[in-house]
Design a binder for this molecule. Structure first.
Ligand SMILES: [Zn+2]
Length: 240
């Protein structure tokens, strides 16, 4: 399930899916300046291309933000506990997190939990407060049953791609429940209930060494993701 990594590979997955168009970086610059992030010293933002995935390594104490750059964009979020340069079998668990939070998304100051019932992240800021802890990631069979072409991207494949260098495959990801950031689907209903606005974000502090994986959800049907999938941002090195 896990595979050792070279030290040079630990920090983040290769930025193959990170957008580098001028418009994206203008958006990043304006976001960073409007939120007064200390980019000159330590923080940096990776722009995850619309409908793609990304992974990055965090150490206990690190803070990071997941940013909805354009609004109404769901981000599937998973995390896998790391021991040095290898993954353990422990990972973020929505079942344990739902239990501790009585089924309600974590408020600022509350924690997300692992499959061993240990806090892995503390929520340190949240400009949205509406997230989903119940639905699975979209996946190839989800799209096949809806009649989409086999080439349509999915969150399970995106995260599998982002975690491939760590030895995980799509079946490992299908066996992992995501935290669906910015997804407004109360009571198991899937409707177009977009709530996040451009620049909205969730900030977390890692309490464990881990590898975080995100997928910019590529589902554009039924008004999901605002009917148009857009880039998201990952800011690492955030200072308290
Ligand atoms: Zn998805």
């Amino acid at each position: 399930m896990s595979r050792a990594m070279d030290e040079s590979q630990i920090l983040a997955s290769e930025p193959l899916t990170v957008s580098e168009t001028l418009d994206d970086w203008v958006m990043v610059d304006s976001y960073v300046s409007s939120h007064a992030l200390p980019t000159s010293s330590s923080s940096k933002m990776a722009v995850v291309k619309a409908g793609h995935g990304y992974s990055f390594s965090v150490s206990a104490g690190d803070r990071f933000r997941i940013v909805d750059l354009h609004g109404a964009q769901v981000v599937d979020f998973m995390a896998f506990v790391r021991s040095g340069s290898s993954l353990t079998k422990e990972k973020l668990s929505m079942a344990y997190t739902r239990y501790h939070l009585s089924g309600v998304p974590a408020a600022v100051g509350e924690h997300l939990y692992t499959t061993l019932d240990v806090p892995i992240f503390r929520i340190t800021a949240d400009s949205v407060k509406v997230h989903d802890m119940t639905f699975m990631s979209c996946n190839p069979s989800f799209y096949r049953k809806l009649g989409y072409p086999a080439s349509h991207r999915s969150c399970s494949q995106n995260i599998a791609e982002a975690m491939a260098a760590w030895g995980l495959d799509e079946m490992d990801i299908r066996a992992t429940d995501p935290l669906n950031l910015f997804q407004n689907t109360p009571n198991y209903t899937i409707k177009a209930l977009g709530s996040s606005k451009p620049g909205d974000y969730v900030e977390m502090q890692a309490l464990r060494d881990a590898v975080v994986a995100v997928s910019c959800c590529p589902y554009e049907g039924n008004g999901f993701n605002g009917g148009k999938v857009t880039d998201v941002g990952v800011v690492t090195g955030v200072k308290s």
